[in-house]
Design a protein around this ligand. Structure first.
Ligand SMILES: Nc1ncnc2c1ncn2[C@@H]1O[C@H](COP(=O)(O)OP(=O)(O)OP(=O)(O)O)[C@@H](O)[C@H]1O
Ligand SMILES: [Mg+2]
Length: 342
C-alpha cells in the first residue's frame, strides 16, 4: 500500500514535536493504532484522519485522502476499539415478558431516525423484573448491536448511587479508553464518550437509575446507539425533554407463571393438583421472584404438595422468604438518595 497518509502524518507530528503517545491522547486513539497507520500497516479511519488534521493542522488534509481509500463495507465494529460485552448473565429459566420483548425488539430493530435519541425506560416496583428483562433482552438482541453492549449499575436505589464522573470512567473504559487517557473534566469526558460512541450500533444499559439527572449525562450523542434505562422511578422529565419512552413493568401474566411451574416441576406434578395450582398462581400474583421461590422450594422437596406449599405461603409461615418481600414490592415509592458518590 502506498503510504502517503502515514508519511504525511509522521511528518506533521514530527514537525510539531509530538510523540506518538501525546498525539494518541489528543486524538483519543491508541498509540498502537497510530503507529500502524504511520507505518502503512493500517488504513486510517476517516475519524482518525479528521482528528489528526485538527490537532496537527495537516495541509493538504489527510482526511480527504482517507475518504477516498477503498474500504470494506461498513465495519461491524470500529477495528481498533474494544467491542464491549458487559451484560451480566440473564436469569436461568426466564419466563413471560413476551409482549415487552416484542415491543423492545421492534424498537431496537427499527432504523435510527437520524440523530434522534433512542431510549426506553423500564420502570416498576422493586423486584418487578426490570433488570432481568433488560439483561435478557440485551443478550437476545446482540445481533442488532454488533458494536457491543455497555452495562452500568447506577445504584440509584441505594444509599450510594454512582456519580456521573465514575459512570464516565466506566463507560469510557468499556469502549477501550485507558484509564490514563480519561479526562478529569466531566464535560471533556462526556465529549469523548460521545465521540467514541458516534456512528456505532451499541446498546447502553443503564440499570437502576435514580432519576433523569443521573441518566442524562450518560446518553450518547447520536441515534445509532440505543439506551435502555431501568428505574424504580418514573422519568417524565426524560420523556418530555429528551423523547425517551417509558415502559411500565408489571406482573407477569398467569399463563407465564403456569409455564414456569410446569417447566420447573414437570407437567405431571402441576396437573396432579389443578385447583391448588390455580390458587398458587393467583397467590403469586405475577411477581417473578415469588414465582422463582415457589418453583425452587417445590423442586427441592419433591414430596411436598403444591397444596402444602400454598397453605404455608398463605399462612405466612414463609415469613422469612423473599416471597413476602416481593409482595411488599407493590409499595409505590422507595426513598430516593440525596447524595451521589463515586
Ligand atoms: N422474567 C423473569 N424470569 C425469571 N426470573 C425473573 C424474571 N424477572 C425477574 N426475575 C428474577 O426475579 C428477581 C428480581 O428481578 P430483578 O432484579 O430484575 O428486579 P428489578 O425490578 O430489577 O428490581 P430492583 O428495583 O430491586 O432493581 C431476580 O432474581 C430475577 O432473576
Ligand atoms: Mg434491578
Amino acid at each position: 500500500m502506498d503510504n502517503v497518509i502515514g508519511s504525511a502524518l509522521r511528518q506533521a507530528r514530527s514537525a510539531q514535536g509530538m510523540s506518538l503517545r501525546q498525539l494518541a491522547r489528543a486524538v483519543h486513539f491508541s498509540p498502537g493504532y497510530l503507529s500502524k497507520v504511520e507505518n502503512g500497516a493500517k488504513i486510517p479511519s476517516v475519524e482518525l484522519a479528521v482528528a489528526c488534521d485538527r490537532v496537527l493542522g495537516i495541509s493538504p488534509p489527510i482526511a480527504d485522502l482517507a475518504k477516498r481509500l477503498p474500504r470494506r463495507r461498513r465495519p461491524v465494529a470500529h477495528p481498533d476499539t474494544v467491542v464491549p460485552a458487559q451484560l451480566p448473565h440473564a436469569p436461568s429459566g426466564f419466563f413471560g415478558r413476551d409482549t415487552e420483548l416484542s415491543a423492545l425488539t421492534e424498537w431496537a430493530r427499527a432504523e435510527p431516525r437520524g440523530p434522534e435519541l433512542r431510549c426506553r425506560v423500564l420502570t416498576g416496583d422493586p423486584d418487578a423484573g426490570k433488570t432481568a428483562l433488560a439483561v435478557y433482552f440485551g443478550h437476545s438482541s446482540a445481533d442488532v448491536f454488533p458494536d457491543g453492549q455497555l452495562y452500568l449499575d447506577l445504584r440509584g436505589s441505594t444509599a450510594g448511587p454512582l456519580s456521573v464522573q465514575a459512570a464516565h470512567v466506566r463507560l469510557l473504559r468499556g469502549v477501550g479508553v485507558g484509564t490514563g487517557s480519561i479526562p478529569e473534566d466531566p464535560d471533556e469526558a462526556l465529549a469523548m464518550y460521545r465521540s467514541l460512541t458516534a456512528g456505532r450500533r451499541l446498546l447502553v444499559v443503564l440499570d437502576d437509575a435514580a432519576d433523569a439527572d443521573q441518566v442524562r449525562p450518560l446518553l450518547p450523542g447520536g441515534g445509532t446507539c440505543a439506551v435502555l434505562v431501568t428505574s424504580r422511578h418514573r422519568m417524565p422529565d426524560l420523556v418530555v425533554r429528551d423523547g425517551a419512552a417509558e415502559m411500565r413493568i408489571g406482573p407477569v401474566p398467569d399463563t407465564a407463571t403456569r409455564d414456569a411451574l410446569c417447566a420447573g416441576l414437570g407437567t405431571a406434578r402441576v396437573a396432579a393438583e389443578p385447583a391448588a395450582t390455580s390458587a398458587l398462581i393467583a397467590a403469586l400474583d405475577g411477581a417473578p421472584l415469588a414465582i422463582r421461590t415457589a418453583v425452587a422450594r417445590l423442586r427441592d422437596e419433591p414430596s411436598r404438595t403444591i397444596t402444602g406449599y400454598l397453605a404455608a405461603l398463605l399462612a405466612g409461615r414463609a415469613a422469612e422468604s423473599p416471597t413476602l418481600r416481593t409482595r411488599a414490592h407493590r409499595r409505590p415509592e422507595i426513598r430516593r438518595p440525596r447524595t451521589l458518590t463515586g
